[in-house]
Ligand binder design. Structure first.
Ligand SMILES: [Zn+2]
Length: 100
């Protein structure tokens, strides 16, 4: 299935360095904004970001319609805001739930 998407790129697998700041780290977590594996410092930065609520909200909206591969809305940078059309980030249609 081909979906038009204008947010984050798919990041490569974690190999010991934070995808965002390149710092070597043993502890990493998945970004809410992208598919990057990021260190805990970068994670703190995300949690303090003005758009973290939006990032989580959009992610959950996609999970709700069964899109578990949603790559995130894209990390805008520490001091920037997500500048995409917000409504375009949400799933275009609600898929029917298969109850069989
Ligand atoms: Zn980092």
């Amino acid at each position: 299935m081909n979906q038009e998407y204008e947010g984050a790129e798919i990041a490569p697998p974690f190999k010991g360095n934070c995808h965002r700041c390149s710092k070597e780290t043993d502890s990493f977590t998945m970004s809410w904004f992208s598919t990057e594996s990021i260190c805990l410092d970068c994670s703190d930065e995300e949690n303090n970001h003005a758009d973290i609520k939006l990032a989580k909200d959009v992610e959950l909206a996609h999970v709700k319609v069964g899109n578990f591969n949603y790559p995130g809305i894209g990390w805008p940078g520490k001091d920037n805001r997500v500048s995409l059309d917000i409504s375009a980030l949400y799933p275009p249609t609600v898929l029917p739930i298969d109850e069989e």
